[in-house]
Ligand binder design. Sequence first.
Ligand code: PLP
Length: 449
Amino acid sequence: VEPDPQAGAAVKAADRAHVFHSWSAQGLIDPLAVAGAEGSYFWDYEGNRYLDFTSGLVYTNIGYQHPKVVAAIQEQAGKLATFAPAFAVEPRSEAARLIAERTPGDLDKIFFTNGGAEAVENAVRMARLHTGRTKLLSAYRSYHGGTNTAINLTGDPRRWPSDTASAGVKHFWAPFLYRSPFYSANEAEESARALQHLEDTIAFEGPHTVAAIILESVPGTAGIMTPPPGYLAGVREICDKYGIVFILDEVMSGFGRTGKWFAAEHFDVVPDLLTFAKGVNSGYVPLGGVAISAKIAATFDKRPYPGGLTYSGHPLACAAAVATIQVMEDEKVVQHAAHIGENVLGPGLRELAERHPSVGDVRGLGVFWALELVKNRETREPLVPYNASGADAAPMAAFAAEAKKNGLWPFVNMNRTHAVPACNVSEAEAKEGLAALDAALTVADAHTV
Ligand code: PLP
């Protein structure tokens, strides 16, 4: 593609004049003008090409511009570009069937939304109506979305400016052995202590007041902390004991990211409600939803469900989901993600950790990996303080700049970089990403003590 800096300048100028960006101080940002994308790469108007180790916001699970999904959207646009949610239309019926066939256990009814936060809002509403209770328990290290209840459920600092105590949300500590809130020495201890802490929290809140516990099956933005064996099964038992609805948020971890269709499969648990979005159609058209168990669906057999969205199950979004799931089956994308994790990214990242003193911990599975960067491996002091910005965050900014100089667009959150490429990233591309990370980590190493 020919560079066209003039076109890029026009895109940038209109953006800076009129686009109000998410999560940002509008006067302090400098968004890259992107000219195009294909597969695992995108490029700017200056002729720079980047390997995307972020999958957008961890959602382009089959990469950019997959021709079969693009064609399916075009075809659906030609046939029936939109239709209201109260009717049965082919792409919506088919998407629901294909999703329900892949979600665990008896999660066989699908309520469609436009994205993850709306999925969480509706899952919570279902749980509250099903139980007649209001309180919600969620983990401190979590992200559940930007709308009111979803942001209150969120554990990370994005919650702070929008925290409204009235939402009835209580936070607890989920397991995370590397920075154990329970001073555990091993996974078994961490799992047992985290479960005891959760049960104690419920006892003090009043079990009869708790509608739902929501957890990401594998927490994403908060740091890709694969739960220790037994933890999610233990939460399932606690929920059953107290009649609490168990919601697993698979907005980020679902649709192949962990090398399974859903991360819950790794732990043999079936939640009562499962939220999804992102990878369901690789984000080509906005789509999310809630997969609903038979028990909760039955609550709304005779009683109307008091929630809806104009674009629930939008035909273009659903046609993209049908095509994406078909592509993932035909091209064995889920198996490929597992293979890349086991044979390329996992070993490659561990090898980088051996050589770079700034890497304190490597963890993940599939195409869902985190490197936790530290000032010192013994003390585990983070490379930058929790929630640092500006000059305090400079070492991570320097790391990211070096990665970009080497043609890699990295995911950076606090003191972590996540290696979260498309599920169909090739071995050669994954290795190219590891090489760029190698160079960038040398910059991070300079900040170790
Ligand atoms: N839940 C999880 C686990 C997420 O990672 C996200 C987004 O990153 C959301 C919910 C919110 O999804 P959306 O941004 O589509 O509303």
